[in-house]
Design a protein around this ligand. Structure first.
Ligand code: SFD
Ligand code: AMP
Length: 679
């Protein structure tokens, strides 16, 4: 197939802006907002220039765009050692305990800042009942940092009024960028609606990052940022697998559709080593609305059962069957195992699976009225209901539309839940991401810190100058919004130390600016070149439009890499066939066609998704066991095999040869085993 090239014969050449900075922050989500806030503290006194680039408007970009109802990681009275045990349990025994402990000891400071910046945090009332964030403020409840008592939904989670969570955190980041402009004289250091397509390594040092190229999604302009160091936090990957939502509902997903795996794709193309990319997150969610379940299980103490009213998590036959294959990991009843038990009942035809919201609300009603009497009790229930609905709906507005469409009143009837399509992420109950340097003071192997080849800087990737955090820092899940922010702060501080330790470094790349412009704008050239050869510009044998490319990608992933279409089942033979077809799709990407800037972004988003899911599939192929039953199954190795596979799986990609190297890395336990769980 003749490889397409762009020499701007058919499409207009974009304006090109070259920008030199010291520190570049790629992303504008929770992690990068933390990086901007902390970065300015250390950069300003040293007049170090810091720039943030976000594909969207930072006030409402990333996973927290719509708001959240809870902060899922807040230590408070808990010991970070127990946090490590919880995360290790939930992620089936394999995590970087140094990175998780390090996050646990830093996260609360970010939450205290959020409250200082105006985030309403629920507090316990003197009567033992919860006060929402606004009531707590009116009641003059002290701040968390001064010992205020949050309303815990679970051992690690606290309730918030989080509709404007991202706006509040973004404001602090933007203020920090403003102070950096004042300190360095930079005119502009916050670029919104600029989509970063590719990183380029240094002309003289192939294992050092030097530049990032992207394009504006609002005007014909591309940006080339040259930097001494970069913090990459562009989030996880959604819409790589065929979603359960179809046609008119196809925009609906749980994790944000605008997180298209750029974090993974940018880092792996630069040669950064990945870890645990075989992991994925398949959350149980309210069916079709994709509303989260944590608040219902933890705060409203709701139960989920099969349609026969049986609690699928306590069925002795099911537990014994699972234990025979997956051993002691079943005892923890972590997120993956809960899914596994739910799917077992669904496959037995005991579905639909129901979240008993009605029973939960009835129980709360009864409890409040017993304690407060009918009148006061009813008033409290009304307020909690309003809070619950409002809070829940902040985060998953689609759920309200669905309840209305289906005449469902959750306090009167249960709602169906089911496992979604898989997502790739590293900050929620998943741990797919990059292999990163850790802190030197936690007794971890020196290979993980002091002897880190690229230089011992906390959260440094294996590529010099490239730092990872949030969703894409691997083997350290359960960070959530607060932990991602804290990790961004850790990464930025390290990046500035790296810059100060390499004062004479000047980033240079071998590619010319015209080469980069041609690479980024190729889909425009292809479209303009062939668009008139058919009567319908969507049907043309000479190119592929982004929607078609995404549908083909999702079909391959779903049918061969363990999607909903196979009940998450895959095997060597399926993976081999899927990877063969994915290779053809990758070749077809030189025929991507875009008719406008929006489609140009969609083209490159899908290219990033292809690389992300390829890494995922190659890791699943390499790990010959089923480490995460309930997330995916290797039909040819349907068991957990600690003897051979209690280890990390790492990989790296060579963009020049399109070749992958995958290997085992020894697992090292730092925190003693947790006491066996009693159910
Ligand atoms: O529990 C480019 N999360 C929850 N965390 C909580 O603490 N509490 C909750 O209640 C949580 N719930 C929840 C959560 C997420 C979602 C989607 C829902 C519900 C519906 C998880 C957190 O949100 C998550 O852990 C963090 O936000 C992860 O932070 P980070 O920074 O790793 O990712 P991001 O915030 O999505 O930001 C990514 C940024 O990158 C930008 N970007 N910029 C330039 N070029 C490119 N090519 C780019 N690609 C992406 C994005 O614009 C964004 O700014 S619960 O209900 O599940
Ligand atoms: P979710 O709404 O599923 O995203 O979960 C939000 C938080 O609640 C996360 O910290 C989950 O680990 C936790 N969670 C969700 N469901 C349960 C459950 N059944 N038991 C314990 N923790 C849960």
């Amino acid at each position: 197939m003749e490889k397409e090239t762009c020499n701007f014969s058919f499409c207009a050449k974009p304006a090109i802006e070259e920008i030199e900075t010291d520190l570049l922050l790629i992303g504008g989500g929770m992690a990068c907002c933390g990086a901007a806030f902390e970065g300015a503290r250390w950069a300003n006194p040293k007049k170090i220039k810091m720039i943030m680039v976000d594909k969207a408007a930072t006030d409402r970009s990333g996973a927290v765009a719509m708001g959240l109802s809870a902060i899922n990681t807040y230590m408070g009275e808990n010991d970070p050692v127990d946090y490590v045990k919880m995360v290790r349990n939930d992620l089936m025994g394999i995590i970087r305990e140094d990175l998780v402990y390090d996050l646990g000891r830093h996260v609360d400071d970010s939450v205290h800042l959020f409250e200082e910046w105006g985030l309403p945090i629920w507090k316990m009332g003197d009567d033992g009942f919860s006060l929402d964030g606004f009531q707590a403020k009116e009641a003059g409840k002290v701040m968390l940092k001064d010992g205020g008592k949050p309303v815990r939904s679970g051992k690690w989670q606290i309730m918030i009024n989080g509709e404007s969570y991202k706006v509040i955190v973004a404001e602090a980041a933007k203020k920090a960028l403003e102070t950096n402009r004042a300190a360095t004289g930079l005119k502009t250091n916050h670029y919104e609606r600029v989509f970063i397509v590719k990183l380029y390594n240094d002309a003289k040092d192939p294992n050092r990052v030097a530049a990032a190229a992207g394009f504006s999604v609002r005007e014909n302009k591309i940006y080339i940022f040259k930097a001494k160091a970069m913090v990459l936090a562009a989030g996880g990957a959604v819409n790589v697998f065929r979603p359960r939502s179809t046609q008119e509902g196809q925009g609906r997903a749980w994790y944000p559709v605008w997180n298209s795996g750029s974090g993974y794709a940018l880092g792996l193309q630069a040669g950064a080593e990945l870890t645990m990319m075989e992991n994925r997150f398949v959350p149980a969610r309210f069916k079709d609305g994709y509303g989260p379940v944590g608040a219902w299980f933890l705060f409203f103490k709701a139960k989920a059962t099969n349609s026969l009213g049986e609690d699928y998590c306590v069925n002795p036959e099911a537990l014994a069957e699972a234990k025979a294959k997956y051993g002691k990991y079943v005892d923890n009843l972590g997120t993956a195992i809960r899914n596994h038990l739910m799917m077992r009942d669904m496959k037995l035809g005991k579905g639909p699976i129901l979240m008993r919201t009605d029973e939960a609300m009835a129980a709360i009603n009864k409890n409040f009225k017993e304690k407060l009497g009918d009148k006061e009790g009813a008033k409290k229930v009304k307020h909690l209901e309003a809070e619950a609905w409002e809070d829940f709906l902040d985060m998953a507005i689609g759920q309200a539309g669905l309840w209305a469409a289906k005449n469902i009143e959750p306090d009167k009837v249960p709602s169906e839940i089911m496992p979604t399509e898989p997502y790739l992420l590293g900050s929620h109950a998943g741990c797919a991401g990059f292999w990163c340097c850790g802190p030197e003071d936690l007794g971890a192997p020196e290979e993980w810190n002091k002897k880190w080849p690229a230089g011992s800087y906390n959260r440094h990737s294996t590529v010099k100058g490239l730092f990872m955090c949030g969703d894409i820092c691997g083997a350290s899940g359960h960070k959530f919004s607060s932990g991602s922010h804290a990790e961004g702060r850790i990464a930025a501080k390290s990046a500035i130390a790296f810059i100060l330790d390499h004062p004479d470094y000047k980033p240079t790349i071998k590619e010319t600016v015209d080469h980069l412009a041609a690479e980024l704008y190729l889909p425009f050239e292809v479209y303009e070149k062939y668009k008139t050869l058919t009567t319908d510009p969507f049907i043309n044998p000479n190119y592929i439009r982004p929607k078609m490319l995404q549908t083909r990608l999702q079909k391959i992933a779903d049918e061969y890499f363990g999607g909903i279409g196979t009940w998450y089942m895959t095997s060597k033979t399926m993976l081999d066939e899927g990877l063969k077809q994915l290779q053809i799709l990758k070749e077809d990407t030189s025929k991507m066609a875009a008719s406008n800037l929006h489609e140009l972004m969609r083209c490159w988003e899908n290219y990033h998704r292809i690389l992300s899911v390829e890494a995922h599939a190659r890791h699943i192929l390499f790990r010959e066991e089923s480490r995460y039953p309930g997330y995916y199954y290797r039909g040819d190795f349907d068991k957990i095999d600690d003897t051979n596979w209690k280890c990390f799986v790492n990989s790296s990609y060579d963009i020049a040869t399109d070749k992958w190297t995958v290997k085992k890395v020894p697992y090292v336990q730092l925190v003693e085993d947790a006491a066996p769980v009693k159910h």
